[in-house]
Ligand binder design. Structure first.
Ligand SMILES: *[C@@H]1O[C@H](CO)[C@@H](O)[C@H](O)[C@H]1NC(C)=O
Ligand SMILES: *[C@@H]1O[C@H](CO)[C@@H](O)[C@H](O)[C@H]1NC(C)=O
Ligand SMILES: *[C@@H]1O[C@H](CO)[C@@H](O)[C@H](O)[C@H]1NC(C)=O
Ligand SMILES: *[C@@H]1O[C@H](CO)[C@@H](O)[C@H](O)[C@H]1NC(C)=O
Length: 347
């Protein structure tokens, strides 16, 4: 949904991939305003009290070695299918590594060993189909892992072993069909999980056991048909829940039972004709009033008395409801085409 797209990286403790580049362009324009000329074959380097920040984009050449104080490295848009071995050699202070928009097909298991202080790894838009087991064996400080828009069809729990500080995991835009049970069991600090835009038909019911305080869950754009009652239960602090653009036809009665803090719920563009009584009761409690809104549009609602509970809830929370005009009844015949709110108001 467009009204909150782009918020994806704005979560607390999240990660904004645009920021370093914006900063870099700003600094670059300051540099050129001062008449500093730049050889296009060179990477751009900046010094700060934190160390060296190195940015390389074509037509620059890849650096053959890095300053020992490099804390931020960008190697983007090179279409590399392999990274040069030893590319991180000597960069023991490295904290952020941005490798997006290459064509990396695989990574060496030893690749991250020289950079034990790494906090951010961005591999957006590459061609990875797997990760080598052991990749993160020295990555205990790594907080943000972005694997968005790669070609992962499966993910094995062992590929992520070694991550101890993981707070943000983005696996969106891959081809994941299923996930292993226990995948997140060790990631107690995880705050944001993005699985949007994959091909998931089901999820292991225990998927969210492990993280202690998940805040943001993206499951939009998959093929989910059922939301069971166990999935969300371990995450009472969840604030943003994206389930839109799936094939959900069934939501279990207790599915939202444990949610005490939800600020935003997107169930739009699914196959919901009805929902069980009591589903909504835990949401929008006084004091926690779904402040960023909810969307249940684009579903084939059958507006009979089985939705009475939903009508009551809508009456109470309609000022938080998005896409009101697109939230319509598909039946029964007498009310077909009417908005749910109109039907709710006439009850
Ligand atoms: C990378 O590939 C794209 C698309 O084929 C092309 O437009 C671009 O020039 C390539 N970049 C380099 C550095 O080869
Ligand atoms: C959790 O971590 C332990 C110790 O590192 C490891 O043995 C176990 O396999 C991990 N579990 C999962 C599901 O990754
Ligand atoms: C609904 O979701 C499907 C599946 O993700 C998507 O292809 C389609 O564009 C969505 N339709 C609308 C109107 O958003
Ligand atoms: C509501 O949607 C209908 C079509 O579904 C459209 O004709 C109408 O203009 C919309 N009204 C508003 C206020 O957006």
């Amino acid at each position: 949904m467009s009204f909150w797209s782009g918020q994806q990286y704005q979560s607390p403790g999240g990660f904004d991939p645009q920021l370093p580049r914006t900063l870099f362009l700003l600094l670059l324009s300051v540099a050129s305003a001062r008449g500093v000329t730049q050889n296009p074959k060179d990477c751009v380097a900046f010094q700060s009290e934190k160390g060296s920040s190195i940015s390389c984009h074509p037509p620059a050449e890849l650096p053959s070695s890095l300053p020992a104080d490099t804390f931020h490295l960008v190697l983007e848009l090179f279409n590399l299918t392999q990274l040069p071995p030893d590319i991180l050699k000597g960069a023991s202070k490295l904290q952020e590594l941005h490798l997006s928009s290459n064509r990396l097909e695989s990574l060496a298991a030893e690749f991250l060993l020289p950079a034990p202080q790494l906090r951010v790894l961005d591999l957006t838009r590459n061609a990875l189909t797997r990760l080598p087991p052991g990749l993160f064996q020295a990555s205990a400080a790594l907080e943000t892992v972005v694997l968005k828009e790669n070609q992962l069809e499966v993910l094995e729990a062992s590929w992520l072993h070694g991550l101890k500080a993981l707070g943000f995991l983005d696996l969106s835009g891959n081809r994941l069909r299923k996930l292993p049970a226990g995948l997140l069991a060790n990631f107690t600090l995880l705050r944001t999980l993005d699985l949007g835009g994959n091909q998931l038909e089901t999820l292991p019911p225990d998927l969210l056991r492990g993280p202690l305080r998940l805040q943001r869950l993206h499951l939009e754009g998959n093929r989910l048909q059922v939301l069971g009652k166990e999935l969300l239960e371990p995450q009472p602090d969840l604030r943003y829940l994206f389930l839109n653009d799936n094939k959900l036809a069934k939501v279990a009665a207790g599915a939202f039972r444990g949610l005490r803090q939800l600020d935003m719920l997107d169930l739009s563009n699914n196959s919901l004709a009805s929902v069980p009584e009591g589903l909504w009761a835990p949401l929008a409690q006084p004091g926690r009033d779904m402040q960023d809104g909810f969307d249940i549009s684009g579903n084939p609602w059958i507006c009979d008395q089985k939705l009475n509970d939903l009508y009551r809830w809508l009456e109470a929370t309609k000022d938080k409801m998005f896409s009101q005009n697109a939230t319509r009844c598909a039946g029964p015949e007498a009310v077909k085409g009417q908005t749910l709110l109109a039907v709710a108001g006439s009850q």
